[in-house]
Design a protein around this ligand. Structure first.
Ligand code: PEP
Ligand code: MG
Length: 542
């Protein structure tokens, strides 16, 4: 039996087989070789192997999703036959005497950069394809097998680190828990674990090579431990703990259908945060009053191309219809920082959290924004939609947004399409937005406070950096004063205000928030009933 300690980002306890998650990209190093022709012939073999895989993917996609989506695998096969690409790889091997993996990787990167810098939208989107093709070739050269969850029974995923785009691609029904060596408890991967309602540990000092796939492990989110090959006694104790957990959850079930009202009659809305249309089942299961944050950017992750207007429209419509007359707040695209998709062609930045992200991308690349707004406005007809804009720092940004909204409205009217302009709010997650919240409140229908980023920007602490977890303090007086200021400014202008950052689910804060006058708390679906319990057991005293 071997035990490791880590930082728990979500409570719960599970036992199951371990699966070591392999990264899709593998690290390539440059080595000098003496036989270039042998390297050229390795590339030729890897190309044949890649083409066979792509043909298989094409046939599978053709049967499952149709010709137009399957075509991309044909395009990738054609890229592998491109003489300019092949010549660059072979020339590099022969001229520089370097290994095949390195030559393929460097050529892929420089061609991807060349595509990304082209003005033509179609050509710049090929940058991601180029990267995909060369990554496949490298994986085949290295003999790398990536993890495939489809084939496995529900398992505990153990990884060095996980990006949000890796996490969204996983089949949730196959994941019992996450354990990572790196990663911060404030990252989006941790947030996704909470939404998925599964235990998760970060900062566990594991040697991944020591973990055998299939070996039984216990992940205990209550005490932050992972145990490999547990003893009979621990297995029995764990089974008991799992039962107790189940019973506690059953007790909370009695709160379903009850109001979120304090002993002295103050009501607060308790909504849920989601990242995927499939999370709606949990929202309904835990009886949330609505969806307070649908992170729409997750629709853009784990894929190779932008989701089309139709695809987005169907996704939003599905959520709205499932929620009936309950409010659904969809946040417009908040891509960038840790949420990255190659096809956006975003450049590497020194400080991505302070960089080109969220509303900044939408205002600079209005085509992307307009497509999403069109889909949202059309979907609004099917339910009770509100939308909100992330990372706002100025009134000028809100004015620019409204101008784009007007243009989209005119377009849709001209095209005679059915649509509705929903309630429009903003996220308050920068200190700048807090300080001008009196002015912003006059311009919008509501505020939703993003305490995750607000803490990061106010305390100057990178939420992604696990070394700083102990300094990342959303209870800091500065944050609490900011929350009060935002609530008061919203109410002065007659607007409602919610909190959708992770702090909303902090049960030690429920009383403070209700007493402050917060109108809505939006939390992971599985936390809705816990917060309701707290509200029903307190007095607001106002
Ligand atoms: C926040 O910053 O608090 C928030 C809700 O947005 P995200 O965590 O997606 O950045
Ligand atoms: Mg945020």
């Amino acid at each position: 039996m071997k035990v490791w300690n880590g930082k728990s980002v979500y409570n719960g306890i599970v036992m199951g087989p371990a699966v070591v998650w392999k990264k899709q990209d593998c690290q390539v190093t440059c080595t000098k070789i003496t036989d270039p022709e042998a390297e050229v012939s390795r590339v030729e073999t890897a190309i044949a192997q890649s083409k066979a895989q792509l043909l298989e993917l094409y046939e599978k996609a053709l049967a499952e999703v149709g010709e137009s989506d399957a075509m991309i695998f044909m395009v990738h096969q054609m890229m592998l036959e491109d003489q300019m690409y092949l010549d660059s790889v072979y020339n590099l091997i022969r001229a520089e005497q370097v290994n095949a993996e390195y030559a393929v990787s460097v050529t892929g990167e420089s061609l991807a950069e060349m595509f990304a810098s082209m003005d033509d939208e179609y050509m710049s989107a090929r940058a991601a394809d180029m990267k995909d093709v060369s990554d496949r070739l490298v994986r085949n050269l290295v003999g790398y097998e990536s993890s495939d969850l489809k084939q496995m029974e529900p398992s505990i995923i153990i990884a060095d680190d996980l990006t949000p785009s890796e996490t969204v691609q996983m089949d949730k029904s196959k994941v019992l828990a996450f354990v990572t060596v790196h990663g911060s408890s404030n990252s989006h991967t941790a947030i996704l674990a909470r939404t998925m309602n599964i235990p998760a540990l970060v900062g566990v000092p594991l040697e991944l090579d020591e973990i055998e796939n299939g070996i039984v492990v216990i992940v205990d989110g209550y005490n932050g431990t992972m145990t490999m090959e547990p003893s009979e006694e621990l297995i029995a104790a764990t089974e008991k703990k799992i039962d107790e957990d189940c019973n506690k959850k059953k007790l909370l079930q009695d709160l379903k259908g009850k109001d979120n009202v304090t002993l002295d009659g103050v009501h607060i809305d308790i909504f849920a945060n989601i990242g995927d249309t499939s999370d709606v089942d949990q929202v309904l299961e835990y009886d949330a009053g609505g969806i307070g944050l649908f992170r729409s950017e997750f629709l853009y992750l784990g894929r190779d191309t932008f989701p089309s207007e139709e695809e987005q429209f169907e996704a939003y419509k599905k959520v709205l219809q499932a929620m009936g007359d309950k409010k659904v707040i969809i946040r417009t695209l908040d891509i960038g920082a840790d949420k990255r998709a190659d096809y956006f062609g975003l450049e590497k930045e020194e400080n991505p959290a302070l960089g080109y992200r969220a509303i900044r991308i939408c205002l600079k690349q209005p085509d992307i924004f307009c497509t999403q707004l069109r889909a949202l406005f059309r979907a609004a007809v099917y339910g009770n939609l509100s939308i909100m804009y992330p990372m706002i720092t100025s009134t000028d940004e809100v004015e620019q947004i409204y101008q784009i909204v007007e243009e989209v409205k005119e377009e849709l009217t001209k095209e005679d399409l059915l649509f509705k302009i929903p309630e429009q709010g903003i996220m308050i997650e920068t200190p700048a937005a807090v300080m001008i919240s009196d002015e912003l409140a006059e311009m919008v229908d509501f505020f939703s406070i993003g305490t995750n980023d607000l803490t990061q920007y106010t305390l100057a602490i990178d939420r992604q950096n696990p070394k700083l977890d102990e300094f990342y303090d959303p209870h800091h007086k500065a944050i609490l004063r900011m929350l009060k200021m935002v609530v008061d400014n919203a109410h002065k202008a007659g607007k409602w205000v919610g909190i959708c950052g992770e702090l909303a689910a902090d049960l030690s804060m429920t009383k403070t928030f209700v007493r402050m006058g917060v109108d809505e708390l939006s939390v992971a679906p599985s936390m809705v009933l816990n917060v309701r319990k707290n509200v029903r057991e307190m007095t607001a005293g106002c």
